[in-house]
Write a protein that binds this ligand. Structure first.
Ligand SMILES: [Zn+2]
Length: 126
């Protein structure tokens, strides 16, 4: 509905691989090979142990609403989603009735195009 107005990401050397996978509807989450913990967002080091041995892994695409708000202007849902892999991600919940979302609601990844057609991972009610 408002997806055509969603701004497009500007890939950096640290995120180009993430956006390439996203274009193929693959949601990738970085995992550290030193401490084996996942983190969000993609960056060249682990925020838990500072190792630079991090790699993107295909994520389950599942998570639970940790916190959310419904914008009064257009009823869009902005949420923190706790991914099954562990990290908490600031995102939008789309194609979902706000009345059916609560803390702990299960959500799954979905992909929507931005203004230039780049697919970005968002979430919807499971
Ligand atoms: Zn680590």
């Amino acid at each position: 509905m408002l997806s055509s107005k969603r701004p497009s990401p500007i890939p950096s050397p640290q995120t180009v691989e993430f956006w390439k996978a996203s274009a193929e509807r693959k949601f990738m989450v970085p995992r550290c090979r030193a401490c084996n913990r996942s983190h969000w967002y993609p960056r060249p080091f682990c925020p838990h142990c500072y190792s630079q041995d991090v790699a993107l892994e295909k994520a389950s695409g599942r998570g639970k609403v940790y916190s959310f708000t419904v914008l009064t202007k257009d009823k869009s849902i902005v949420a923190y989603v706790k991914l099954d892999e562990g990290p908490i991600m600031l995102t939008s919940i789309v194609d979902t009735d706000p009345e059916k979302i609560g803390i702990g609601s299960e959500v799954t990844v979905t992909f929507q195009p931005t203004e230039d057609g780049t697919l970005v991972p968002l979430f919807r009610g499971a």
